[in-house]
Design a protein around this ligand. Structure first.
Ligand code: ADP
Ligand code: AMP
Length: 220
């Protein structure tokens, strides 16, 4: 099964996709994480995207589409995938529909107020990428990852000016995708306002239902 996790920056896509990946054995593919790993390693890709990412803009469609196309052709995604952070523009959504169409788009609906609250407290592990929040999801030992002991850091694009730019970009270029996917009949809206365990409980039930529907449909 192929899922797109959709929503504003800070809606909880990475957090929920990570839980769903573990629970359902689907490969989590995050374009943001691919770019961050490239920046961390100082690769040509990382150097090319650093400035635009840190300012809160979007990497070009051409580059991002090419990267996702290659990633979704790899053997580890053959059993299904969860795309997190892609597509973010209409051309990206059209490209995905042409080379690897999604089954469902999980749309995490969260108010602007919550998104800002979540982004302003987010931290991430430098080694494994696990996501934390100072108030809502603190690590057991402040500053260090519960899973691997790695150092936690605040993303440069979670600073105030970049956050403002990212939210504008989301409104202008990404939110029209809601209508795009409504028209394709693949949009599954989920209320993402509650705490992470409550959102996950609902989402898990929804995904189980979709997977069961697919199994019943194919055995008929
Ligand atoms: P996205 O991938 O959509 O940008 P993240 O998954 O990184 O969002 O979540 C943004 C921040 O909000 C993180 O600090 C995360 O720990 C926190 N978070 C995610 N989901 C929830 C939730 N349902 N309630 C409270 N905090 C959450
Ligand atoms: P994310 O981790 O999803 O919040 O992404 C972090 C940043 O990476 C975004 O603010 C963009 O600059 C860049 N990025 C991630 N995915 C895409 C995409 N699909 N298209 C363009 N830029 C992207």
């Amino acid at each position: 099964m192929k899922f797109v996790f959709f929503g504003a920056p800070g809606a909880g896509k990475g957090t929920m996709a990570s839980r769903a990946s573990t629970a359902f054995g689907l490969q989590h593919v995050s374009t943001g994480e691919i770019f961050r790993a490239a920046m961390r390693d100082g690769t040509p890709l990382g150097l090319r995207v650093k400035e635009v990412i840190e300012s809160g803009g979007l990497v070009s469609d051409e580059l991002t589409i090419g990267l996702v196309r290659e990633r979704l052709a790899m053997p580890d995604v053959s059993k299904g995938w969860l795309l997190d952070g892609f597509p973010r523009t209409i051309p990206q959504a059209e490209a995905l529909a042409s080379f690897c169409p999604e089954d469902y788009v999980i749309d995490l609906e969260v108010s602007d107020e919550k998104v800002v609250e979540r982004l302003s407290g987010r931290s991430m592990c430098r080694s494994c990428g696990r996501i934390y929040h100072t108030t809502f999801m603190p690590p057991a030992k402040p500053g260090f990852c519960d899973d691997c002991g790695g150092e936690l850091y605040t993303r440069d694009d979670d600073k105030e000016t970049a956050v403002r730019h990212r939210l504008e970009t989301y409104r202008e270029q990404t939110s029209p995708l809601v209508q795009f996917y409504e028209q394709r009949g693949t949009l599954v809206p989920i209320n993402g306002e509650a705490d992470a365990d409550s959102v996950w409980a609902v989402l898990k039930g929804v995904i189980e239902g979709l997977l069961a529907g697919r199994r019943n449909g194919s055995s008929d």
